[in-house]
Design a protein around this ligand. Sequence first.
Ligand code: BGC
Length: 549
Amino acid sequence: MTPHLTASAPADTHTAWWQDAVIYQVYPRSFADADGDGMGDLEGVRSRLPYLRDLGVDAVWLSPFYASPQADAGYDVADYRAIDPMFGTLHDADALIRDAHALGLRIIVDLVPNHSSDQHEWFKRALKEGPGSALRARYHFRPGRGENGELPPNDWESIFGGPAWTRTSGPDGEWYLHLFAPEQPDFNWEHPAVADEFRSILRFWLDMGVDGFRVDVAHGLVKAAGLPDIGGADQLKLLGNDVMPFFDQDGVHEIYRSWRRILAEYPGERIAVAEAWTPSADRTALYVRPDELHQAFNFQYLGAPWDAEALREVIDDSLAAMLPVGAPATWVLSNHDVTRHATRFANPSGLGTQLRTPGDRALGLRRARAATLLMLALPGSAYIYQGEELGLPDVTDLPDEVRQDPSFFRAEGQDGFRDGCRVPIPWTVDGSSYGFGSGGSWLPQPADWGKLSVEAQEGDSSSTLELYRSALAVRRTHPGLGRGTAVQWLEAPEGVLAFARDGFVCTVNLTADAVRMPVRGDVLLASGEVVRDGSEFELPGDTTVWWTM
Ligand code: BGC
């Protein structure tokens, strides 16, 4: 019998949404304040969801909004299943998730599994119950060294400065470990109750309808057996990426395998993204093996200077590291822990990611715009930090008395000035706190904030906001843009990057001077003015152009 001929089945063209997603980070304290107490809240976020839909992002990642004494702006969680009253209620969270979904936006929430707040029920009971108690075993309690136990159990330092141990005030005088502030005791992930609790917390939020998790300090959960001394290793830098007995231990991967199984039980491609500071892109890739988490932040990219060679190397390394594990590369320029990139690029490179100098603001903005078009042209998923679409600089002159970052108070000898990127964002040209809310703003906003507001930039085709909107719209109409695993480098003058991808070319001039190059097709979008002259064009300094071929 002649077989019935049919067209061959279409190849599986489905790409999971997260493989090329653009994810927008909302820092709830500083996004929008609906109840007028000077602090952003979930209702504020909900009211601005249409703005995020119009911006063209795929998902929103919310920094923590859980019940917390706010010793570290909510990264000290007292109850993982409750909303802090300053941010709203569980009902508000539910409404936010529903509204976001109705607008086609996904919601990713922050999960903080490395440590709890010292006001968490378990830790309060652990303190009360004393040495050897069941609750103490869920954290790292140890007797001190020295004749009377007056010295910390080992020589680890807190990421925020000072010893990583605090002595309890009880008669037993035991010490407990906190890689961050003393109000953030580290969980003991060897204890089964800790693992069980977090599996249950995952399910709680998945049942609430969230689309994924950003896993805080994903590299820190497991500590080397015996908590060995580091033996005078260099003073840690904030979230440093040196090899340490408390970071990037192989034991963390079993935890993520168990989480992946839970995520896979839920419909709708739920994901988890690792905040994992590791010594190399290859070590980061281990977190996103097919049976672990879905994405990991690319901090090597975030830390790269504005330099063609350095960026090309990071891009190549990142893509190469992800290939064997099949996870998408990710790209990020700013977040709530580092100086905004408009300010980093305004300063000489090499100063790091914690700066207090405004630098040359016009230069920083020009480079930031060019950097964004470069980032959004790369294959994989990209992260945007609230306010970068307005070209906001860091606020480098906050007076000491308004600062709240715990690292500012503990980080002697370190910079630790994360408040500068956390100043509430401006929505309107005038008005109380530039449209952030009716009750002022928990960190003071600079006097020129109104000029950078959404209202000031909307509809102005030369504005940074409109550049982001156009770039994200192009990404949507050219689906090939975020997809794939490689870029094809093209010949380019020194200091210029040029690469092709699927009918598309991106050219980036990382030098200060204009260069002449052959025209690559039609200009799709440019971060600055481009002058075409026959078969050549002039690419100004610190400018990116997207071409369609
Ligand atoms: C978060 C920081 C926080 C720290 C401790 C980080 O990775 O991004 O904001 O201070 O974890 O939770």
